[in-house]
Design a protein around this ligand. Structure first.
Ligand code: NAI
Length: 480
């Protein structure tokens, strides 16, 4: 703590480098900068205390400073142990006007290469603002902060360890230990936090899946906005974002030539589509696995062979999981792979690749080539290169999606936070999506930067289509 600002980051002296990167990112994030201008005078987030759990990258730093510019008090953690960019974290703590000696920014608890115990320690810190005040908004990516609050409340109500969720990550037990410690120190804390929270806006597919499940079970405690399924989020960030950051991660991790290689993408949803494009762009031969006949047919119509993992496991060179599911590439698959293949995951949690099973293979040896790149050698002498220990490799081995696409996602996040804070009464305890006119607004904010000239409907045409000249232009069921 320095002058009342508490934080835990790798190195504040990185702040200047971080600030330069933020400056460049701001130029590439026209949506966020337009929202800063639009709301500078009215300060709609004044009084908001936002607890954010989302990869602390340069782009997220611009989001954090946008929320602050709109009047909010903010605390932040990363939602992944490897995804923090330490210079961005330092810049956010120091703030635009502070120095490493006199930081004047935001309380951040995040560094690259946390342990799981660190991770939950940070997430627990997230929930207490100076003076012991709870947050009144959550901004989440993957749902860990939301889950901590829900489990805390269930713990307090039942007086016992709550039942695990089906998709709980392996670190569930560490989280419960943190929870137990916190409850011993301050019983009733999570109930008070949940009562104060006006809502959560959730960034990613896995997180919204968790929210819908909580709502179905009647366990959801406050309103939620599903940011992921804004068209300007999942059809852009999940797809075009990964198209950029997957190849980036593979190159930085291994520098292996991708052209000509056989690459398998598991899952052909939004992220899988972007992953396949990314690999194809590098000249790889791409095949896809799917469980959903619609997505499998899409892959086939896109000219990609759809296979079962067993068909290619012994001859592919690169494996990428993008399913958001569990148990996709198992240790017994890796046992049958060629020598020095690359195995990486871009789905949210680390259960798509069976890391626990891999570590248990008799006689297996693991060498760290460099941080987030491990060579696992089987007894027969063949090795697989596993990236980011099975966690999001586009963030662990590279720096995640680029600014321009994240400006779309984070404009939705900012709008969702404003909605939840200023129209709390209109959102029931359920999972909501932002109205389409706001989705169109986010897209509109990004057109000028790309020199897009939009055709304007004539009143006669608008009448013909049955829409307003100013939009929305599509019904809610339209799929883009
Ligand atoms: P999605 O639901 O659109 O796609 C997932 C696809 O995987 C579905 O089509 C599903 O049928 C398929 N699938 C499920 N189980 C499978 C299995 N066993 N084998 C083969 N295919 C299977 O979800 P989306 O939006 O593509 O997200 C996927 C994951 O990526 C999620 O965990 C999400 O949170 C994460 N994500 C990661 C990002 C990153 O920067 N790395 C960015 C955005 C999302």
């Amino acid at each position: 703590t320095v002058d009342g600002l508490d934080f835990a980051v790798a190195d504040l002296s990185l702040a200047e480098s971080g600030r330069h990167q933020l400056r460049l990112a701001e130029h590439e994030m026209p949506g966020l900068m337009a929202l800063r201008r639009e709301y500078a005078a009215t300060q709609p987030l004044r009084g908001a205390r936002i607890a954010g759990s989302l990869h602390l990258t340069v782009q997220t730093a611009v989001l954090i400073e946008t929320l602050v510019a709109l009047g909010a008090e903010v605390r932040w953690v990363s939602c992944n142990i490897f995804s923090t960019q330490d210079e961005a974290a330092a810049a956010v703590v120091v703030g635009p006007d502070g120095t490493p000696e006199k930081p004047g920014g935001v309380s951040v608890f995040a560094w690259k290469g946390e342990t799981l115990a660190d991770y939950w320690w940070c997430t627990e810190r997230l929930l207490t603002f100076p003076g012991g005040r709870p947050p009144n908004l959550l901004l989440d990516d993957g749902g860990d902060a939301t889950m901590l609050v829900h489990k805390g409340v269930e713990f307090e109500t039942a007086g016992a360890v709550p039942a695990p969720f089906a998709d709980d990550p392996e670190d569930h037990r560490i989280m419960l230990r943190v929870l137990a410690g916190s409850l011993a120190a301050d019983p009733g804390r999570f109930t008070r936090i949940a009562e104060e929270i006006r809502g959560v806006s959730e960034e990613t597919t896995n997180g919204v899946n968790r929210l819908y499940r909580l709502a179905e079970q009647g366990r959801l405690l406050f309103p939620a906005v599903n940011v992921n399924d804004a068209v300007t989020k999942s059809k852009f960030d999940n797809r075009y974002g990964i198209r950029h950051s997957l190849a980036d991660g593979l190159n930085r991790a291994t520098d292996v030539m991708l052209g000509g290689k056989l690459a398998v993408v598991c899952g052909y949803g939004d992220v899988g589509k972007g992953a396949a494009e990314s690999l194809r762009g590098q000249g790889a031969r791409v095949v896809v696995t799917e469980i959903d006949p619609i997505c499998a047919l899409q892959a086939a119509m896109d000219g990609l062979e759809v296979v079962e993992l067993d068909d290619v496991v012994h001859r592919a060179d690169v494996f990428v999981t993008a399913t958001g599911n569990t148990d996709v590439i198992m240790a017994e698959h890796m046992a049958r792979m060629k020598h020095n293949v690359i195995v990486g995951n871009v789905g949210h949690f680390d259960t798509e690749i069976d890391m626990a099973g891999l570590a248990r293979v008799p006689g297996i040896r693991c060498v760290e080539i460099k941080p987030q790149v491990h060579e696992w050698t089987f007894e027969d002498g063949h090795a697989v290169l596993v990236l980011s220990e099975g966690r999001l490799m586009n963030l662990g081995n590279a720096t995640g999606h680029p600014s321009f696409v994240m400006s779309n996602s984070f404009s939705n996040q900012t709008i969702a936070q404003i909605e939840l804070f200023t129209h709390a009464g209109e959102y029931t305890v359920d999972v909501h999506r932002l109205p389409k006119h706001l989705d169109e607004k986010v897209a509109r904010l990004h057109l000028d930067a790309l020199g897009v000239r939009l055709t304007r409907l004539t009143p006669r045409q608008a009448d013909y289509l049955g829409v307003d000249v100013a939009g929305p232009y599509k019904p809610d069921h339209y799929r883009y």
